[in-house]
Ligand binder design. Structure first.
Ligand SMILES: [Fe+2]
Ligand SMILES: [Fe+2]
Length: 390
């Protein structure tokens, strides 16, 4: 039961999904995290299988290295292709050459190197390319979904802002100390999360607008707006943790919205809510809760617990949207949305045994911790899916 995961989440479970009058018809059928707790977890075989990536056969534009053939995705990573406009900053936002707060490590075609795509919150584990195709820089990638809350997706790829040296995105004050053996990795991980949280602000702002286009009840719009504001605080907290560790203030640069779609039908909104809010935010809540349990009492633990509670409320918003949308959808669309309620395997670093305690002390989870989080999330999501199907 999610109530048992941490006392910090208890308040959320005592008052789940309190419906406003116009929401009453759907709130009754919207599953809550607490209602989902007793269902056994589905087997890990439900996770997506890996398949080799087929390299682009078209000739590359001059000045750009061809995609390497034979990229094989392992450990449940999914093969895919990501294409961005030339001179777009890499989604990881921090890897590669930064000059005057702008990314500058482009090749002759304005494409960044493939390794700049790889990052925890971008979800990219491996990448090959670029190949210039149709005027865009294209990469073959292996991705795993990100456990960092609701991603800002543009054309199916997470979009993050580049890093910029600034001190107006920090707070609350943190005093996080890391063992030297894990310090730089911890800084990278918290900066990566900070950028993802920052992008989640835009993702919830977009959701707020999309809800207008399908005539959603006022309560859902209100919660989506509140979630965007909460994601601002999550981003500030993550930047503050990174700054405490590195003694350098970093924040987000401009977040490009080029290509962001502001038109979506109810099916698409429900699909996004299922995958990104119901699943992604549930995993984020459980991961933060577990991270809070594992670190020592202090400001970090308190902040992680607070973030976990809010991520859980973001998951509940997703369930509200799905429960409201399902009766309005066709049978096939309903099956699609229910099918999106599936917890895949998430990325987390393998940490040497002697470094595990130090890693957890800075609020981070190991790959083994994430397997536990996935099991708990599968139990919750599986029960929710059953409830929504009935
Ligand atoms: Fe968040
Ligand atoms: Fe969130």
């Amino acid at each position: 039961m999610i109530l048992a995961i941490t006392s910090g989440l208890a308040a959320c479970n005592k008052q789940p999904a309190v419906a406003a009058p116009e929401d009453a018809s759907t709130a009754a059928s919207a599953p809550t995290a607490s209602a989902a707790a007793s269902t056994p977890a589905p087997s890990a075989s439900a996770a997506p299988s890996a398949a080799p990536v087929v390299a682009d056969a078209s000739p590359p534009d001059s000045g750009t290295k061809p995609v390497q053939k034979g990229l094989v995705c392992t450990d449940n990573a999914q093969p895919g292709r990501q294409c961005v406009a030339p001179f777009t900053a890499p989604v990881t936002g921090m890897k590669g050459a930064m000059q005057d707060d702008h990314y500058s490590n482009y090749d002759a075609n304005g494409c960044f190197p493939a390794n700049a795509l790889i990052g925890t919150c971008s979800g990219v584990r491996d990448a090959r390319g670029p190949v210039k195709t149709g005027g865009k820089c294209c990469y073959d990638v292996c991705t795993v979904p990100v456990p960092c809350g609701r991603p800002m997706l543009v054309e199916g790829s997470p979009r993050l802002a580049p890093s910029a040296k600034r001190d107006d995105w920090g707070g609350p004050p943190m005093s996080v100390v890391a063992a030297s053996s894990v310090k730089s990795r911890a800084v990278d991980a918290w900066l990566s999360d900070a950028h993802m949280e920052h992008a989640s602000v835009a993702a919830f702002s977009r959701l707020s607008l999309l809800l207008f286009s399908v005539g959603a009840p006022s309560l859902k719009k209100k919660i989506a707006h509140r979630a965007a504001a909460e994601e601002v605080e999550h981003a500030r907290t993550c930047f503050a943790i990174a700054a405490s560790l590195s003694q350098e203030s970093v924040g987000p640069g401009p977040l490009s919205l080029a290509g962001m779609e502001l038109h979506a039908d109810l099916r698409t909104i429900a699909l996004e809510a299922a995958a990104e809010s119901c699943v992604g935010e549930t995993v984020a809540a459980l991961a933060l809760s577990r991270a809070a349990e594992a670190c020592s009492p202090g400001a970090l633990k308190t902040s992680l617990r607070a973030m976990a509670e809010q991520e859980l409320s973001h998951a509940e918003l997703g369930f509200r949207i799905v429960a409201w949308a399902l009766p309005q959808l066709s049978d096939s669309a309903r099956e699609e949305v229910l099918g999106a309620l599936s917890v895949p395997s998430y990325d987390a670093p393998m940490i040497a045994t002697e470094e595990v305690d130090a890693w957890r002390e800075v609020g981070r989870l190991t790959a083994f911790d994430m397997r536990d989080v996935e099991r708990e999330a599968r139990s919750i999501i599986s029960a929710a899916r059953s409830e929504l199907s009935s």
